[in-house]
Design a protein around this ligand. Structure first.
Ligand SMILES: [Zn+2]
Length: 191
């Protein structure tokens, strides 16, 4: 008889513990009445075992059933808050890292742009120097009227000599082409 009652009581205690654990796993807060209803015990059962010493409660809850529920719920809430805080820190760190990367990329692009600008101005400068035959970079700030006239004359001379060279080149091409035709014609004659 006593054994039977103890077994029934043990089942009630186990049911209460299972109910509490399920409720915490769902992160659902519930009342003593809610636990009692879900565990199939009376609310009075919970309060009585909370107030009076009970071997089964000590064994299963390590305290009264409601104290067990309160402490477990507090632990779960703290764990949740800590996870949220950790997530927030991780997100912040990741954003900071993204920002740093973007800034570094910007710096690299600006440096590349400056290099390209320098290269471009060097290339254009050399091009200009090649045309007028003097170092423009050294004299651009000191060009006076006679110098300008001289430079214009020099440019004109170079343009004329360039045109002459084009004519010579064209003449050479014509001669080459004629020679080629004659050579082919000679071969045809041989066959
Ligand atoms: Zn108990």
């Amino acid at each position: 008889m006593r054994e039977t009652r103890r077994a029934a009581s043990s089942t009630k205690h186990q049911n209460v513990r299972t109910t509490i654990e399920r409720s915490l796993a769902r992160a659902a807060s519930t009342s003593a009445a809610g636990i009692a209803r879900a565990a199939g015990v009376s609310e009075t059962f919970l309060y009585r075992h909370e107030k009076q010493h009970c071997d089964l409660c000590q064994e299963i809850f390590g305290s009264g059933p409601l104290t067990f529920y309160r402490l477990a719920a507090e632990r779960a809430t703290n764990g949740h808050d800590q996870r949220n805080a950790r997530d927030a820190i991780t997100t912040t760190l990741s954003l900071k890292s993204d920002l740093a990367n973007s800034l570094a990329t910007n710096r690299r692009l600006r440096e590349q742009l400056r290099k390209l600008e320098r290269k471009l101005s060097t290339v254009l400068g050399h091009h200009a120097e090649a045309i007028v035959g003097i170092d423009l970079a050294l004299t651009s700030n000191m060009i006076d009227e006679p110098e300008m006239t001289r430079l214009k004359e020099r440019i004109r001379e170079l343009e004329i000599s360039l045109a002459e060279r084009d004519e010579q080149l064209e003449a050479v091409r014509r001669v080459n082409s004629d020679l080629f035709k004659q050579l082919n014609g000679a071969r045809h004659d041989q066959t």
